[in-house]
Design a binder for this molecule. Structure first.
Ligand SMILES: C[S@@+](CC[C@H](N)C(=O)[O-])C[C@H]1O[C@@H](n2cnc3c(N)ncnc32)[C@H](O)[C@@H]1O
Length: 239
């Protein structure tokens, strides 16, 4: 390989490792579920809260969504999603808005809402690569999850559903209770696990560790793995 080709490859690798919106294992697991679920049918009118790179919304548009609406609190996340949709020729049916959670969705309802929310149980997360808003969900991880669940029903059409990632060490019982209070049916569709880097483990709130170490957080020697679910929340009724 020539020196300049080698330099370009190194620059590409460097760019990749510092991409603040690089999709994660959570993204990949949710993406796989959505790819399988909408392999042969349209997801209808869709929204994503917290789009980041835009891969989830873009996949749903590829799957024939009637319309797409993405929200991210970070202007750079909005730009990333908008430019991915544009590069895939999908911008005509999709819109991306900057704002927090449901605020940009006022007056809109959807057949499907997807979200891989920041819900890591730490007030701040040691991660040089990501913006602070990427994963921190406050001490118990529920800062944005609770807001998502309490606002969801108002934005789901009858028969509509949300599909989200849900860390197993972020009180699933409370999510069940919030869903019930909204007359939504919560179902865990799939559970998998991802490595939690040591620097991130050190940020987890002590109360969460006391409750979930060994129950959603699994350790072997110096390594820790965090289980997470793909969760569906259904609004009863006919689409
Ligand atoms: C864990 S990342 C997921 C990104 C992308 N959906 C994925 O799966 O790769 C969370 C995303 O939510 C965004 N976010 C954080 N707080 C938010 C809020 N209050 N409202 C909307 N988006 C938010 C972040 O900027 C980030 O893009």
């Amino acid at each position: 390989m020539s020196r300049s080709a080698h330099r370009n490859q190194s620059a590409a690798l460097l760019h990749k490792t510092v991409d603040p919106y690089l999709p994660s294992e959570h993204t990949a697991a949710l993406l796989l579920h959505l790819r399988q679920r909408f392999a042969t049918r349209s997801p209808g009118r869709v929204a994503e809260i917290g789009t980041g790179s835009g891969v989830l919304l873009t996949m749903l548009m590829r799957a024939g969504a009637v319309s797409g609406f993405g929200v991210d609190v970070e202007p750079s996340g909005v730009d990333r999603t908008a430019s991915l949709l544009h590069s895939e020729g999908l911008s005509l049916r999709a819109e991306v808005a900057q704002g927090s959670m449901w605020a940009p969705c006022r007056g809109r309802s959807f057949d499907l809402v997807v979200a891989n929310l920041p819900h890591f149980p730490a007030t701040s997360v040691a991660d040089d690569m990501r913006p602070p808003s990427w994963s921190s969900g406050g001490a118990d991880g529920r800062r944005w999850l609770d807001e998502f669940l309490t606002g969801l029903r108002d934005h789901l059409l009858p028969g509509g559903s949300a599909v989200i990632t849900h860390n197993a060490f972020v009180d699933l019982d409370r999510s069940h209770a919030l869903a019930r209070a909204q007359d939504l049916v919560l179902e865990v569709l799939h559970t998998t696990s991802a490595l939690i880097p040591a620097a991130k483990v050190a940020c987890i709130s002590p109360s969460v560790l006391a409750r979930f170490d060994g129950h959603g957080i699994y350790r072997i020697g110096p390594h820790a793995f965090g289980d997470f679910h793909i969760v569906e929340l259904r609004r009863p009724g006919h689409a």
